[in-house]
Write a protein that binds this ligand. Structure first.
Ligand code: APR
Length: 349
């Protein structure tokens, strides 16, 4: 997954580079700066002394020493002064310059803390949105795996209006496992009773054997004809349908998989294997990338062997964004992350 939000201590991340939220002296401090220096050992400070400091928004690279990461990229975020002193531009430069420096050193993986969101007082929600928008813009043009590391139990989105809207939708739509199955079966039961009253269907199976998880109801001749039509249309699997939809939407393959937060390797596996069965988050991710409506999404998922169910919070959250036409996959992942759900993209479910 090219862009992943993770809950971790950045000093533990085994990546090519971790980014340090340093100060202009580069001679260490508290917060993540202090943690990185403590974990890397004294050689880090010795090398930092040779760098001659760093301007705000700039980025400088050192070795990682005792850290599991090969490099440390030191960047200096802006101190928040109300938002009218070029803070957003400086913070954007931190992420962009760090990513460019990582690219120059052939890094394939990099981990960021939330720069300036601690001692430098940058409002958390704005700091997150600068990080997500700068990183995702870079990933549309470059292949790299970027982790945004959230420390401890910090929340990403709580307090946002969107968070409350999503929560309301979950409260309205999400039902527990049994309640949903019960509703499904009681609907089937009443449908079959009605159908059994009409003579065309006197050969119905005896009604008393209705039970939880009963097989799908028998179809009326018309419904059966519709299903035949449907089955004829759905002989294409997930992979072929995905490629058809990419063409129909006038997108390139890379545009689609990057917007789906899926890496190139996985996409080429899907493209080369008509029988490929993606994970549910990956199937959903492509529906978001293609900006499919709910019916189109259900159809695409069905071809991967999945259905949208209201007894899965994950499905309900993604459904919220689809029915509201909000197709920014990173915005969805922030909501999923904060509810400890799998993220959309090339992940396992
Ligand atoms: N791993 C990941 N994230 C961490 C860790 C850690 N081990 N420790 C802290 N953080 C998070 C904080 O929770 C915060 O969200 O890093 C984010 C940045 O917080 P700070 O470290 O305070 O950095 P910043 O706000 O940019 O202030 C930089 O603080 O430590 C000094 O020398 C540093 O003067 C500089 C200033």
């Amino acid at each position: 997954m090219p862009f992943e939000i993770v809950r971790n201590d950045i000093t533990k991340m085994k990546v090519d580079a971790i980014v340090n939220a340093a100060n202009n002296s580069l001679l260490g401090g508290g917060g993540v700066d202090g943690a990185i220096h403590a974990a890397a050992g004294p050689e880090l400070l010795t090398e930092c002394r040779t760098l001659g400091g760093c301007e705000t928004g700039g980025a400088k690279l050192t070795k990682g020493y005792r850290l599991p990461a090969k490099y440390v990229i030191h960047t200096v975020g802006p101190v928040w002064q109300g938002g009218t002193h070029g803070e957003e531009a400086a913070l954007t430069a931190c992420y962009r310059n760090s990513l460019e420096l990582a690219k120059q050193h052939a890094c394939e993986t990099i981990a960021f803390p939330l720069i300036s969101a601690g001692a430098y007082g940058y409002p958390r929600e704005e700091a997150i949105s600068v990080a997500v928008s700068t990183i995702s813009a870079f990933l549309l043009q470059n292949d790299m795996t970027v982790y945004l590391v959230v420390f401890g139990r910090e929340s990403l989105v709580a307090g946002r209006k969107l968070f409350r809207d999503v929560q309301e939708y979950i409260d309205d739509v999400y039902v527990g496992e049994h309640l949903d199955a019960y509703r499904e079966n009681s609907r089937r039961y009443s449908w079959r009773r009605k159908a059994a009253m009409t003579e065309e269907l006197e050969l119905m199976a005896p009604l008393e054997n209705i039970s939880y998880g009963a097989a799908a109801p028998m179809l009326t001749p018309d419904a059966a004809a519709d299903l035949d039509e449907l089955l004829r249309k759905t002989d294409k699997g997930f992979s072929e349908t995905l490629l058809d939809l990419i063409d129909a939407k006038g997108m390139t393959d890379s545009e689609c998989y990057k917007r789906a937060n899926v890496d190139r390797k996985l996409f080429s596996k899907i493209r080369s294997n008509p029988q490929y069965k993606p994970s549910k988050p990956t199937a959903f991710a492509f529906a978001i990338a293609l900006e499919l409506d709910l019916n189109e999404t259900e159809d695409l998922l069905r071809r991967a062997g999945y259905a949208i169910t209201h007894s899965s919070k994950f499905d309900v959250i993604v459904e919220y964004f689809i029915v509201n036409g909000r197709y920014n996959i990173h915005e969805i992942n922030e909501e999923l992350f904060d509810r400890d759900m799998p993220l959309l993209g090339s992940g396992t479910f």
